[in-house]
Design a protein around this ligand. Structure first.
Ligand code: HGY
Ligand code: MN
Ligand code: MN
Length: 422
């Protein structure tokens, strides 16, 4: 007699093997991490591996016009699937769990169900979305934004990356300009398992995060133009130095975040000087600023104060500035019933759990626009992420994947209550 779905637990060694195999692609030497910027050859190789695993499991695989990939396992009845997933593109200093865990745990959930000879009450799906990081092609969550119909495919294909390449031609080049239409299939529900990427769960000694919301995100690029000049002969009074303005923006962002206090955060992640030479006062500087807050009113105030500072600092240095928004997403609240189900499922499985917001952006915040959605967090050692030393221990990974399996099964049964005996 096949086991009850409620008895199913994932095979953590199989999940660890898949995480390790995927991390080999774009591996960062001497670390556990990997670099697979969106639509690069490394991203293609990672995609090919995960698609092969999907096909090995007998999933029906579709690829859409922005390169999102969805693998579906048929259920006892037809209809919109309960979907899980995340992303497999990484930042340049990527860890092996960010995004990858949510996709590979989804494959593990399906393989566990198949190995038990069970058929889910409704179809289950595992997806990976294109360019979640947004680090090469802004904005972040680009693929899921197009998947839910919030950005037109043509607009997305025309986005130019930090290296001058465009999304459309790069998708063609790696063979992932798919035929499936966007907006994509609306899932019955969506659940994303992801490492927390912050310190909260570890500090509090808690295994599972039932994620209630995602904070607002503001990415801006400032291109400041001054006058290149000789570093030795140009008196300080004659300089129009965009590098000085860029440095003052970085200082201002830190001081603004400190003044506004938690949860406000601010990051200057990129400063590019041209011509970037030791003995030349720069001609221009390009600076990115990432501001985030759970409260959109405060976030907007931070944006306004930043804009005023940039204008004033630029004028005082006799420079000019061009501002470009790279991403702007308001805070998102997940479906309370699905959040409660994640929390209850964790408790039923004997894990400590707490409700919390997400500091990072995720594909789930886009799927929340079209279907009941929530997220499951597992702890990150030292709260570290976007760093090759990113780590989550196997027992926490297993706990997260088991919560994902049972949460998806309950949703597939058409409930959000979970097993009554829990
Ligand atoms: O930037 C983020 O929060 C995510 O890693 N894309
Ligand atoms: Mn991620
Ligand atoms: Mn990330």
């Amino acid at each position: 007699m096949p086991p009850s779905a409620r008895d199913l637990r994932v095979d953590i060694d199989r999940l660890l093997r898949r995480l390790a195999a995927l991390a080999e692609i774009g591996a960062i030497e001497g670390t556990e991490g990997c670099a697979r910027l969106a639509l690069t050859d490394e991203d293609k190789a990672g995609r090919d591996l995960v698609v092969a695993w999907m096909r090995d499991l007998g999933l029906s695989v579709t690829i859409d016009g922005i390169g999102n990939v969805v693998g579906v396992l048929a259920g006892a009845v037809d209809g919109p699937p309960v979907m899980c997933g995340s992303h497999i593109d990484t930042v340049r200093t990527g860890g092996r769990y960010d995004g990858n865990l949510g996709v590979l745990a989804g494959l593990e959930v399906i393989e566990t169900i198949l190995a038990a000879g069970l058929t889910p009450p409704r179809p289950l799906a595992v997806a990976f979305f294109t360019d979640e990081e947004g680090a090469r092609f802004p904005p972040d969550m680009l693929g899921s934004l197009v998947y839910v119909g919030s950005m037109a495919l043509e607009e997305a294909l025309d986005i130019e990356g930090i290296d001058g390449a465009k999304v459309g031609p790069e998708l063609e080049r790696i063979g992932y300009a798919g035929a499936a239409p966007v907006p994509g299939l609306v899932p019955h529900a969506f659940v994303e398992l992801h490492v927390e990427q912050g310190p909260v769960l570890e500090v509090e000694g808690i295994t599972i995060g039932a994620v209630e919301s995602v904070q607002g995100i503001s990415w801006q690029e400032f291109t400041i133009v001054g006058q290149s000049n000789h570093a030795g002969t140009t008196p300080m009074s004659m300089r129009r130095d965009p590098g000085y303005v860029a440095a003052s923006i970085a200082t201002f962002v830190r001081e603004l975040a400190s003044e506004l206090g938690s949860p406000q955060v601010g990051t200057v992640g990129m400063i590019e000087l041209t011509p970037n030479l030791v003995n030349v006062v720069p001609a221009s500087a390009t600076v990115t600023v990432d501001l985030r807050n759970t409260d959109d009113t405060v976030l907007r105030d931070a944006e306004h104060r930043l804009a005023a500072f940039v204008e004033e600092a630029t004028a005082a240095e006799g420079c000019t500035v061009a501002t470009r928004s790279l991403a702007r997403f308001e805070p998102v609240v997940f479906d309370p019933a699905v959040v409660a189900l994640v929390e209850k499922t964790a408790i039923d499985l004997g894990h400590s759990v707490r409700r919390m917001p997400s500091g990072a952006g995720h594909d789930a915040q886009m799927l929340a626009r079209v279907c009941p959605t929530a997220m499951i967090f597992t702890p990150s050692r030292g709260g570290l992420s976007h760093n090759p030393a990113e780590y989550t221990n196997p027992s926490d990974l297993r706990a997260g994947a088991d919560v994902l399996l049972q949460t998806m099964w309950t949703l597939a049964e058409g409930s959000t209550e979970g097993p009554s005996d829990g």
